[in-house]
Design a protein around this ligand. Structure first.
Ligand code: ADP
Ligand code: MG
Length: 288
């Protein structure tokens, strides 16, 4: 027979906005020793604002934003949404051809015969676009037109209000290692990670490199230790699958992530994770 406590625990969790897809995950929450987090949308709000538009001499700010908006019009990435919003004009999407979203890099697209690239330094490198690397001042979207560097857009995101407290609570609850994995640049990754007191910060990762990091951490675990990964999931599904407990942020999370996850936080507050672990602890008390 199935111990009643499992049902109570899962039901109690769901009333607290945490969906747990099975008693084994509720039980496993008691043994989390390594907790791994995606940055954007998980520890930060994932709602970006454009704070600077810096074109090369030949373009106006308006023109640079227009190019960027054409590139980002079809993307659901939070970075893309912020750029389209800053441009604040409609884009004739019928002009967009050969749209390609390159995960962990950005966008490549053709508009009226011109190739537009919008993304990070990795995208520029991959496409052979040269530019003078100034000091990085935040999350940056570089732009190139026909492989010629056109300038960059600076965007900023904010750490969620409860992220710092949650990291502290997790340590108190016995998690020995807190890790952040992000596709964003080192400077931003370090700034966010340090402000939250994380033990390991890994930045500029492609989706498959996030998987490799989780596999490395899995090998580091003791026999009864569990690894938890929490992400908002634009492309986190493969990582969610490798964790003992994959947690998706339900509000912002993609359908693929919600599907792949073992635990879904219905709202995007990291503090829901602490609630889930508290419920797990009480439930273990009842069951055993
Ligand atoms: P994170 O780990 O922060 O959730 P992602 O894997 O979603 O990051 O993206 C990693 C990086 O790839 C972003 O920080 C950005 O530099 C770049 N990128 C991804 N999608 C886009 C896009 N639509 N436009 C511009 N840049 C993008
Ligand atoms: Mg992400």
């Amino acid at each position: 027979s199935i111990p009643l406590g499992f049902f109570g625990g899962i039901g109690g969790a769901s009333r607290n906005g945490v969906l747990i897809k099975g008693g084994n995950y509720l039980e496993a929450l008691n043994d989390v020793k390594i907790a791994v987090f995606d940055k954007t949308g998980t520890l930060t709000q994932g709602v970006f604002k454009v704070t600077g538009v810096v074109p090369e001499e030949v373009f106006s700010k308006e023109k640079l934003l227009e190019y960027a908006s054409f590139a980002e019009a079809h993307s659901s990435h939070p970075i893309a949404r912020s750029i389209v919003e800053a441009y604040n004009r409609s884009v004739d999407t019928e002009k967009i051809e050969d749209y390609e979203e390159i995960s962990g890099h950005g966008i490549k697209v053709k508009v009226e015969g011109e190739e537009i690239l919008a993304g990070n330094s990795k995208l520029m490198q991959r496409e052979g676009v040269a530019y003078s690397q100034d000091k990085i001042i935040g999350t940056v979207v570089h732009l190139a037109v026909n492989k010629k560097y056109a300038g960059y857009i600076v965007i900023s995101d904010e750490v969620k209000e409860d992220s710092a407290t949650v990291m502290k609570r997790l340590k108190e609850m016995g998690v020995r290692k807190l890790v952040m994995l992000t596709g964003d640049n080192r400077e931003v990754g370090q700034a966010v990670g340090r402000s939250l007191g994380l033990d390991e910060i890994h930045a500029e990762l492609l989706p498959h490199q996030k998987v490799e990091q989780v596999e490395r951490l899995n090998r580091e675990k003791g026999p009864k230790e569990k690894l938890l990964f929490a992400g908002d999931g634009i492309n986190d599904a493969p990582v969610l699958a490798r964790a003992d407990i994959g947690v998706a942020m339900g509000g912002l999370g993609s359908d693929a992530a919600i599907e792949a996850a073992d635990v879904v936080l219905m709202t995007d507050e990291p503090s829901k994770l602490v609630s889930a672990m508290q419920i797990a602890k009480r439930t273990r008390g009842i069951v055993w």
